[in-house]
Write a protein that binds this ligand. Sequence first.
Ligand SMILES: NC(=O)c1ccc[n+]([C@@H]2O[C@H](COP(=O)([O-])OP(=O)(O)OC[C@H]3O[C@@H](n4cnc5c(N)ncnc54)[C@H](O)[C@@H]3O)[C@@H](O)[C@H]2O)c1
Ligand SMILES: O=P(O)(O)OC[C@H](O)CO
Length: 335
Amino acid sequence: MSRAAVFGTGSWGTTFAMILAEAGTPTTLWGRRAEIVDAINETRENPEYLPGMRLPDTIRATTDPAEAMDGADFVVLAVPSQTLRANLQVWKPHIPPEAVLVSLMKGVELGTCKRMSEVICEVAEVPERRVAVVSGPNLVPELAQRQPAAAVVACSDEEVAARLQEACHLPWFRTYTNPDVVGVELGGAVKNVIALAVGVAVGMGLGDNVRATLMTRGLAEIARLGAVLGADQHTFAGLAGMGDLVATCTSPLSRNRTFGENLGRGMTMAEVVAATKQTAEGVKSCESVLELARKHDVEMPITEVVVGVVHDGMTPGEAAMLLMSRTPKPERYGV
Ligand SMILES: NC(=O)c1ccc[n+]([C@@H]2O[C@H](COP(=O)([O-])OP(=O)(O)OC[C@H]3O[C@@H](n4cnc5c(N)ncnc54)[C@H](O)[C@@H]3O)[C@@H](O)[C@H]2O)c1
Ligand SMILES: O=P(O)(O)OC[C@H](O)CO
């Protein structure tokens, strides 16, 4: 039987620990805040992120990374993407020699433009075959109620993916394996940027035609970037591509979409940041995604205006005008 350690007692880390434990995988949860760790151990609840969701009795929480990793076959990482490198440097000495590192994160590192699995390989000094990614349309408030959902378990080593699949597969959480780590990660990170754009449109009072257009052309942007980075185009038609894009862009539960919606309604960036209690990865990753695209000469016009609105003072009206006045061209998907 596999054992797991989950790092991060936020929404997804706590919920994924619950999934692993319910799937029969003994799981330890690491959190940096003692009050949340204590509450989990004493009340079986994470009062800040998931009040009302009862955690299985088999989950133990700790603030000690060594204790969390002791005997773990899977070390699952669920902290905000931009904090991963610094955290992993601290956790690295405790990683068991053959453990598989699993990323739940949907971001691209600022400064390096690296995907989370690349940061993990570099900092933890582990080969690709020991790094996996879980991604898909997984809005936590629904999973916390054990509503049916599906996800992709990606790893270049298919045997590792199959073991992780077994460790987190449940009657209400169905997982599929995929060897395309690049595509699965890009789908998860870039859909957050597109969800910001859809949110802005929603906040401006625009309708379903605009939402559908942004999602469809957004998927074309994801596919174009994926093509130059070696992703399998089929991945973008799957759960980690279109599936997650649809869930995030259409659901009021999405933090990224809500962030965009508040901007579209006319709130200032400072006001929206103050109103956002959880991680909206696209806010930072839009810049690294755009930098990555520029490095590879890939056109991503929606991503460009998202960066404009979120970071450079562009108004939502100017963003809409820029997108609509682009040179007419044939419709193309991918490269
Ligand atoms: N919540 C979802 O619906 C969902 C679903 C799928 C994937 N994800 C992805 O999972 C990742 C984590 O998101 P989340 O929803 O759990 O975020 P969250 O905001 O709910 O929780 C983040 C956690 O990280 C901790 N944290 C913040 N800064 C930290 C630091 N510097 N060092 C260590 N810990 C720190 C917080 O205390 C909190 O426990 C993100 O990349 C997100 O895109 C989230
Ligand atoms: O709430 P969001 O926008 O971070 O999206 C959560 C998940 O990534 C949806 O799959």
